[in-house]
Design a protein around this ligand. Structure first.
Ligand SMILES: [Zn+2]
Length: 239
């Protein structure tokens, strides 16, 4: 699907994210104009926004059941939109995506919009018996979750059972210095999806690799380089 510019909608509450670095990298790889805006719900929020977001909270990891949000839950959303950090709430990815799409201004629909949020998003696909935390949704708009980057890709069981220090693997954390690189890599996936319909690469070490483990994420999304197969594709399709 062709598009005009790349627009990044970045939540203000994400700590330690280098907006200029991400924009420059995407510009470098695609040749497209990249614009950085504030969080989508802050920029285009309406009176009903907190309630609409609260309606997409999942009640249970095992089922797609939603209920009317309690006033206190709507209040949490209001406080989050005002800049408060709240962790641990999981939203249904596809439902939240609809709310995001509903907030995008019509004139920016022809652009490639990427929402970068700290919210945790989960999806329950056909055949799944449990929600999976997602790092990225390849969609319109595309969504990258920094909470998902920290909590989505699994860590070895030993990590949870032993002293974290003993594991000796520098997993991603909140406010991590490497988050800008990881977000850039997931943004490249969404751009590849937009160009070809295929966001992933099978080669570990390429930022387009579909990482399921934290170690893979560090190798591919943080320390990775686009492989020979994918590097030219982004250049060719630029302009
Ligand atoms: Zn590749």
């Amino acid at each position: 699907m062709p598009y005009g510019r790349i627009i990044l909608h970045i939540d203000e509450t994400i700590e330690n994210l280098d907006h200029d670095y991400i924009a420059n990298e995407l510009e470098k790889y695609t040749g497209k104009d990249v614009k950085v805006k504030g969080g989508i719900f802050r920029e285009y929020g309406r009176e009903s926004t907190p309630e609409k977001i609260a309606r997409t909270r999942i009640a249970s990891l095992e089922s797609r059941i939603f209920r009317s949000p309690l006033p206190v839950e709507i209040d949490v959303e209001k406080r989050m939109l005002a800049g408060k950090h709240v962790r641990g709430i999981i939203y249904d990815g596809w439902k939240l995506l609809h709310v995001m799409l509903d907030h995008l201004p019509v004139e920016s629909i022809p652009d490639h919009n990427i929402v970068v949020t700290s919210r945790l998003i989960g999806t329950l696909e056909k055949g799944d018996n449990r929600y999976h935390i997602r790092t990225v949704l390849h969609s319109v708009p595309s969504v990258i979750s920094t909470g998902g980057i920290v909590q989505g890709p699994a860590r070895p069981r030993a990590y949870y059972m032993e002293d974290n220090e003993a594991c000796n693997v520098p997993y991603m954390g909140y406010g991590d210095d490497r988050m800008s690189k990881a977000v850039t890599s997931y943004a490249l996936q969404t751009i590849m999806w937009r160009h070809t319909g295929k966001p992933f690469c099978s080669k570990r070490g390429c930022p387009l690799y579909n990482s399921h483990w934290q170690e893979e994420l560090i190798d591919s999304q943080v320390d990775g380089r686009l492989c020979e197969e994918h590097r030219p594709k982004l250049y060719l399709s630029s302009g």
